[in-house]
Design a protein. Structure first.
Length: 113
């Protein structure tokens, strides 16, 4: 005759509630970290002549161009400096997001986080 195996209870329903509470707390911490980054404003400079201010929401807030670098015969250089400054600002925001999310992602490279 087969024996019945008694399973030990893994705890009361409160145990599952504790896990849910921990997950909710983790989610709140993640949202707070994301909010911190989205409220950031960074300034990046390219060539010492073009400065871009970028928000944590990845919006260009302003661009400042030193008038001395405005050369009608070399518009491409100015365009390159603007692109470099904006990209540098966006990279700073991405790096800040990665740093803030590190405790939650465990080092995994998750796109957009």
């Amino acid at each position: 005759m087969p024996r019945k195996i008694k399973r030990k209870s893994s705890g009361s329903r409160m145990g599952g509630g504790g896990m849910l509470q921990q997950l909710q707390s983790l989610q709140e911490e993640m949202l707070k970290a994301q909010d911190e980054v989205t409220s950031m404003v960074v300034t990046a400079t390219a060539g010492g002549a073009v400065t871009a201010t970028v928000t944590g929401e990845k919006r260009v807030q302003s661009i400042t161009i030193d008038p001395e670098v405005i050369d009608p015969d070399d518009v491409e250089m100015l365009q390159d400096l603007v692109v470099a400054a904006v990209n540098s600002g966006l990279e700073q925001i991405d790096a800040a997001m990665t740093e803030k999310m590190q405790p939650f992602t465990g080092g995994l490279d998750i796109p957009g986080v």
